[in-house]
Design a protein around this ligand. Structure first.
Ligand SMILES: C[S@@+](CC[C@H](N)C(=O)[O-])C[C@H]1O[C@@H](n2cnc3c(N)ncnc32)[C@H](O)[C@@H]1O
Length: 267
């Protein structure tokens, strides 16, 4: 079976999904377990220097979601997923996540709670897609929960090169929905007021403000930076979680406080 070659930090990221997915299914017991949309699912397996480990599709299919959608734009990955012989709850889709997430949502009843994992490897997720996702639910206080990998260290921060104006600004517009969101951060940086880690924090906070202010998520979003080589290493990316449910927020908060190594609370 093909595996996605990844760094050890991928285990850290998937640990949070592993922690939250069963709690979501339990909380949605009266709603048939809800649905899970893995918008960037990969081939199913990952591999790092320590060996093979389960990717998001193999993690979530162990739990009793009513429906599971696995999306990837690379046909080789969806072919690999097809060979994993999942049960009939699982639908595998090939194409762009920005389009197919909505197709998946429209195929389930709008009362069904949804958890969407947006595990992009670059800057594929457009803010316009999040807007459509948030607008999907019949009840505006039951929007799909979002677990988004924001590529803070890997992509976004590089668009703000030291001593030079922001580059590829169309990417920032796509990710944040408009220039108004990132421009104040750029101005502060060019005035000498923001350094590397602070830019990442400012971008993350602006993103979370959009989730509540523009999309209307009720609970204050949570975030968790993933760094290479531990808590003091280089920033790689940031997981951002949005929900309308206080129980969901409390649960993810607990998950985010524990590292994959199991060495206990971080803060
Ligand atoms: C970070 S990997 C996903 C890893 C996976 N979640 C796991 O746990 O193993 C990102 C995946 O997104 C896919 N991808 C890239 N652009 C995409 C797009 N626009 N729509 C859907 N999938 C895309 C890539 O083929 C890659 O498999």
């Amino acid at each position: 079976m093909p595996a996605r070659i990844s760094g050890h930090w991928t285990r850290e990221k998937l640990h949070f999904l592993e922690c939250y997915a069963p709690a979501f299914v339990r909380a949605c017991k009266s709603a048939e377990g809800g649905c899970f949309i893995d918008a960037f699912s990969g081939p199913g397996w990952n591999e790092d220097e320590q060996g093979r480990f389960k990717g998001s599709p193999l993690i979530v299919t162990r739990y009793n979601f009513r429906d599971i959608f696995l999306i990837d734009s690379d046909p080789a990955n969806t072919e690999a997923l097809n060979h994993l012989d999942f049960d009939s709850r699982v639908e595998i889709m090939t194409g762009d996540a920005n389009e197919l997430v909505l197709v998946a949502l429209c195929s389930v009843p709008d009362w069904l709670p949804a958890l969407i994992f947006l595990d992009q490897n670059s800057n594929q997720v457009s803010f316009a897609t999040l807007r459509e996702i948030a607008g999907w639910s019949r009840q505006r206080n039951r929007k799909p929960e979002l677990l988004v990998l924001l590529p803070t260290g890997m992509v976004l921060q590089r668009l703000f090169p030291r001593g030079r104006p922001a580059q590829h600004t169309h990417v920032l517009d796509k990710v944040f929905g408009s220039e108004e969101v990132w421009r104040p951060i750029e101005e502060q940086r060019m005035a000498g007021g923001l350094r590397r880690g602070s830019i990442i924090q400012a971008l993350t906070e602006s993103y979370m403000t959009l989730l509540t202010g523009t999309l209307g998520y009720v609970e204050q979003p949570l975030h968790r930076h993933i760094r290479m080589g531990g808590e003091r290493g280089v920033f790689l990316y940031t997981l951002v979680f949005a929900t309308d449910h206080s129980v969901g927020r409390r649960t993810m908060d607990k998950c985010f406080r524990h590292r994959h190594s199991g060495q206990g609370a971080l803060f």
